[in-house]
Ligand binder design. Structure first.
Ligand code: NAD
Length: 329
């Protein structure tokens, strides 16, 4: 029995406080008495984050446009919903983990969106990386419905999501942050309150501009070293011991075989898609224009990831910058 949910009347009235006996992944069995949580967007990141909540004994109601992703979560014990509205109708704490601003707008404000069935006191936690202005608009509408909203984008990648060691950058009121942290603590290691709604996104955009630049720099340096006859593992080790050290060189090295268990050693599958990195760098460029900030490296990195996306790297992990540089520049 993969999962036994003691309530199982999904039609109409799921108790918001349910008792669950869950046998997760065949390894751990636990009783929990937790309020059911909603989770929308269970892709590369959201799938792991949702599973971590299940592991901690939270009954979960899940929605994703991908039936395949929903089926995977069902096997792990989640209850499936047929729309965001159904999720909002049944639970009062909802996490969203979606690709871009447009998906967030659709899920929250669309015809069968969350706001169409929102209950007062609902807490929305949006962990997608999106335009801070969209986060602020969603928060305003949530407030009109008597609900709370925080933007809580993450840093750390798919392995950090799997291991529940993500860094969350949270924007919202003190009360919303305190409530959100109770859930975020099960999915992350560092939960930082950045300020009002939108500031989590601002911090995330700056972080990813730096990450996008450093990944290209690491790719260039690794490629040059390999062409000079250096062993790739040895070169990565030197970076880690030297001043060239960064996350892209040490934890997420773009050269296949240098580190096992990351996308570069798995044909750049999974991970953080180049198209998503391009989106984040566009958000950074928009922010730079709005604040008249100089970001020459961020601007160039945006160009390079756009070229990669146009040349078929969009679905591959962004560390495929190494392949692109090796072959094309
Ligand atoms: P993903 O594409 O793997 O997952 C997104 C999920 O949302 C998919 O399962 C998709 O089917 C679903 N979805 C899309 N539109 C939907 C809709 N209208 N309703 C319901 N579900 C919908 O993306 P990801 O890599 O998990 O990234 C999610 C967010 O996290 C992005 O904003 C990304 O920038 C950010 N992020 C990703 C990483 C990473 O390493 N992958 C790291 C940090 C932050």
């Amino acid at each position: 029995m993969a999962a036994f949910v003691k309530l199982c009347t999904i039609s109409g009235t799921i108790s918001r406080h349910v008792t669950v006996m869950r046998k997760f992944s065949g390894t751990a069995s636990r009783w929990a008495d937790q309020p059911m949580v909603g989770f929308i967007g269970v892709g590369n990141m959201g799938g792991h984050m949702a599973r971590n909540l299940l592991k901690k004994g939270y009954p979960l109601m899940v929605y994703d446009v991908s039936q395949q992703h929903m089926d995977t979560l069902k096997k792990d014990g989640a209850v499936l919903a047929s729309s965001p509205a159904e999720v909002a109708d049944h639970v009062t704490r909802i996490v969203t983990m979606l690709p871009e601003s447009a998906h967030v707008q659709e899920v929250y404000t669309g015809k069968n969106g969350l706001f169409s069935k929102v209950k007062k006191q609902t807490l929305f936690i949006d962990s997608s990386t999106i335009d801070p202005a969209v986060s602020q608009a969603m928060a305003e509408e949530a407030t009109e419905h008597g609900a709370m909203y925080v933007d809580a984008p993450v840093s750390g990648g798919v392995n950090a999501a799997r291991d529940a060691v993500l860094t969350f950058m949270v924007g919202g009121t003190d009360k919303a942050f305190t409530d959100a942290k109770l859930l975020l603590d099960w999915m992350g290691k560092n939960i930082v309150h950045c300020g009002p709604v939108g500031t989590g996104q601002a911090a995330k955009i700056c972080n990813n501009m730096l990450l996008g630049i450093s990944m290209i720099g690491t790719s260039e340096a690794m490629n040059l070293g390999i062409k000079l006859g250096l062993d790739s593992k040895m070169l990565a080790k030197i970076f880690s011991m030297g001043s060239g050290r960064c996350w892209s060189s040490e934890v997420y090295n773009p050269v296949p075989g240098v580190i096992e268990g990351i996308p570069s050693s798995n044909d750049y599958k999974g991970g953080f898609g180049t198209a998503l990195m391009t989106k984040d760098l566009k958000l950074a460029q928009n922010a730079a224009i709005a604040t008249q900030s100089s970001t020459p490296m961020g601007s160039l990195a945006h160009q390079i990831y756009r070229m990669m996306t146009n040349q078929g790297f969009g679905e591959k992990d962004f560390s495929s910058a190494y392949q692109f540089i090796k072959a094309k520049l």
